[in-house]
Design a protein around this ligand. Structure first.
Ligand SMILES: [Zn+2]
Length: 242
């Protein structure tokens, strides 16, 4: 588990970057022994499983989630438990095979590196094209090789479905029953942005604590960060701030 100084450094770096790179910074905290190049080759769902683990150790196993009912507009609040996360993918990255009529495609599940490459695209259409061309290993029609971008939409859809089935953690959707209207709703849980928002709130609160205690006692930032949360809270109370 990262200490407060490491978490603050990742937060500070992440402030000036965009979502996929923030997720990479968080993943590096969850896998301190791994090189960045290795993290780029991790399937997105396996990364998300690691981020759920990091979330559990930083902020606990229960995650409050909010969703809006698409039928009546009611705000639904519920707790998601980190241990409800599906098992991470066990199949290798080259394992996917899609056959549809005369089309045969071998592909792999998207990795963190694929997401980063697609994030630099100018449009959603371009991002999809980049993901497809990176993840399709080979494609043929009636035995004749074809380029990934020439695959028809229904085959592209099947490739995406095969990847989702092989890497279930990559796209977590929660089925809910609306307490107001009783109908079914679906909520997406994007752990990377969820955890980033929590780290952001934690970092801003921590800097405020450092500021208040530095003013009250003249301590330095490393001294204050070295205090346990319990001691920090007590000193904040004693100095009239909590
Ligand atoms: Zn409803």
């Amino acid at each position: 588990m990262p200490d407060p100084t490491e978490l603050l450094m990742a937060w500070e770096t992440g402030l000036s970057t965009r979502a996929p790179r923030r997720a990479l910074l968080l993943h590096a905290l969850a896998s301190p022994a791994a090189m960045v190049e290795d993290l780029l080759d991790v399937p997105v769902g396996a990364r998300d499983a690691d981020l759920f683990g990091l979330r559990g150790s930083l902020f606990g196993e229960r995650m409050p989630v909010r969703a809006t009912c698409p039928h009546c507009g009611e705000e639904i609040e519920f707790d998601f438990a980190v241990d409800q996360v599906p098992q991470r993918a066990t199949r290798g990255p080259e394992a996917l095979r899609v056959e549809s009529g005369e089309w045969t495609v071998r592909s792999r599940v998207p990795t963190v590196g694929d997401l980063l490459a697609a994030a630099d695209a100018g449009s959603g259409e371009e991002a999809r094209r980049i993901m497809l061309s990176r993840c399709v290993v080979s494609a043929s029609r009636g035995g004749t090789p074809v380029a990934a971008e020439d695959l028809p939409p229904h085959v592209q859809e099947q490739i995406a479905e095969a990847a989702a089935a092989a890497d279930p953690c990559a796209d977590i959707r929660l089925k809910l029953t609306c307490p107001e209207c009783g109908r079914q709703a679906t909520a997406e849980l994007d752990i990377a942005s969820y955890l980033w928002a929590e780290v952001d709130a934690w970092a801003r609160g921590t800097l405020l604590d450092v500021h208040l205690l530095a003013v009250a006692y003249g301590w330095t930032e490393p001294e204050i960060l070295a205090l346990s949360p319990t001691r920090r809270r007590h000193y904040l109370e004693l100095s009239g701030h909590a």
